[in-house]
Design a protein. Structure first.
Length: 324
C-alpha cells in the first residue's frame, strides 16, 4: 500500500512538472476575485507612458521576450544585481533594455489597490500586450497567474538569449528549446517591425564581416552605403531603425525589408536560408501581411506561457526589482 501511494505521488509530481512547463495553472481573469481592477490599472499606467513616447511598446515587447527566454516568463529579468550576484539585467544583451520604470509604476499602482496579489511577471506580460495594441498592433490573450522567480543570473542570460548573429539553424534550436517552432521564429521575428538598434549590434556586417574589411554579402549591396552613412566604425552611440519609416507602427513591413535583404541583423537575414521561414517571409511581404497579426497573437500566447511558475512556486514580489 505504501509503495502504491509512493508511486502515485511520483506520478502526480511528474504531471505537475509537465503542467508547469506547458503553462498550465494560468487562466484568463485569474485576478477577477482577488484584484478585479488589476488589468485595467496596468492598462491605464502603460497608456500614460505610451501616449507620450510611442517607442515604449518596442521596449516592453523586447523585455518580455528577454524575460521568457531565460528561466521562463517569471519576471527574473526585472531583478537588480546585488553585491553577491549579477542578474540578467547585467548581461550585455540586456543593458539596452528600457521600460523598467513602466513596470515599476504599474506594480506600485496595483500594490496600492491589492497588496501582495499581482505578480511582476504578469504585469510584464500584460504590459507588452497592451502597449503593442496601443500602436494598432495585434491583441492576444494573456492568461494570468504567473508567479515571480527568485533566481536571476547573468550566466543564464548569455546561455539562453539568442544573439543577433545567430544563423537560422541556431535560432531554430534556441526556439525549439522553449517549445517554439520554425513558424513561431518567423512570426516573432516580425516584432522587429517596431524599435531601434544600436549600430554596434550589426556594424560587423557593414565593415568586417569575415575579418577582411568586407560587408556581409547577404545584405543588399545598395543598402550598405546608407547604413554606413549612419553607422560609422566602432560607433557605440548611434541607433538605426529596424523597420525604417515605420518603426513606431506595428505592421508587416518588416517582411518586405527582409525579403529585400535589408534586415539589420544576421538573425533577420537568415530567415531566407530556411525553406519554412523563407516561405513565411515571402507570404507576409505581399498584400500587407495577410495573416501576420493573427499569427503573431498565436505565437505570443505560446511564448508567454514558457516555463511559468504557478501555484505555490516562486513568490509575489513587493517590488519588481527585488526578491522579498
Amino acid at each position: 500500500m505504501a509503495s502504491t501511494l509512493k508511486c502515485l505521488s511520483v506520478l502526480v509530481l511528474a504531471f505537475l512538472v509537465i503542467d508547469a512547463a506547458n503553462g498550465q495553472g494560468l487562466k484568463l481573469g485569474f485576478y477577477a476575485k482577488t484584484c478585479p481592477n488589476a488589468e485595467s490599472i496596468i492598462h491605464k499606467t502603460v497608456a500614460s507612458y505610451v501616449s507620450y513616447n510611442p517607442t515604449f511598446p518596442a521596449a516592453l515587447l523586447r523585455m518580455h521576450f528577454h524575460d521568457c527566454f531565460v528561466r521562463g516568463c517569471d519576471g527574473s529579468v526585472l531583478l537588480n544585481s546585488t553585491s553577491t550576484n549579477q542578474t540578467e539585467k547585467a548581461a550585455i544583451p540586456n543593458l539596452s533594455l528600457r521600460g523598467f520604470s513602466i513596470i515599476d509604476a504599474a506594480k506600485a499602482a496595483v500594490e496600492k489597490a491589492c497588496p501582495g496579489v499581482v505578480s511582476c511577471a504578469d504585469i510584464l506580460a500584460l504590459s507588452a500586450r497592451d502597449s503593442v495594441a496601443m500602436i494598432k498592433g495585434p491583441w492576444w490573450n494573456v492568461p494570468t497567474g504567473r508567479r515571480d522567480g527568485r533566481v536571476s543570473t547573468i550566466a543564464d542570460a548569455f546561455i539562453h538569449l539568442p544573439p543577433p548573429f545567430f544563423n537560422v539553424t541556431q535560432l531554430k534550436a534556441s526556439f525549439a528549446s522553449k517549445g517554439l517552432n520554425a513558424k513561431d521564429l518567423a512570426v516573432l521575428s516580425g516584432g522587429h517591425t517596431i524599435g531601434i538598434s544600436a549600430c554596434a549590434s550589426f556594424s560587423q556586417r557593414l565593415y568586417n564581416f569575415t575579418g577582411k574589411g568586407d560587408s556581409d554579402p547577404s545584405l543588399d549591396s545598395e543598402y550598405v552605403p546608407r547604413l554606413k552613412s549612419k553607422c560609422k566604425p566602432n560607433d557605440i552611440v548611434t541607433t538605426a531603425e529596424m523597420d525604417p519609416g515605420s518603426f513606431k507602427t506595428f505592421d508587416s513591413s518588416y517582411y518586405k525589408i527582409v525579403a529585400k535583404r535589408r534586415g539589420l541583423f544576421t538573425s533577420d537575414a537568415t530567415l531566407l536560408d530556411d525553406a519554412e521561414t523563407k516561405a513565411y517571409v515571402r507570404s507576409q511581404a505581399t498584400n500587407n501581411g495577410p495573416t501576420f497579426f493573427k499569427d503573431f497573437a498565436v505565437s505570443m500566447e505560446k511564448m508567454n506561457a514558457i516555463e511559468v511558475l504557478t501555484g505555490n512556486a516562486g513568490e509575489i514580489r513587493k517590488h519588481c526589482a527585488f526578491v522579498n
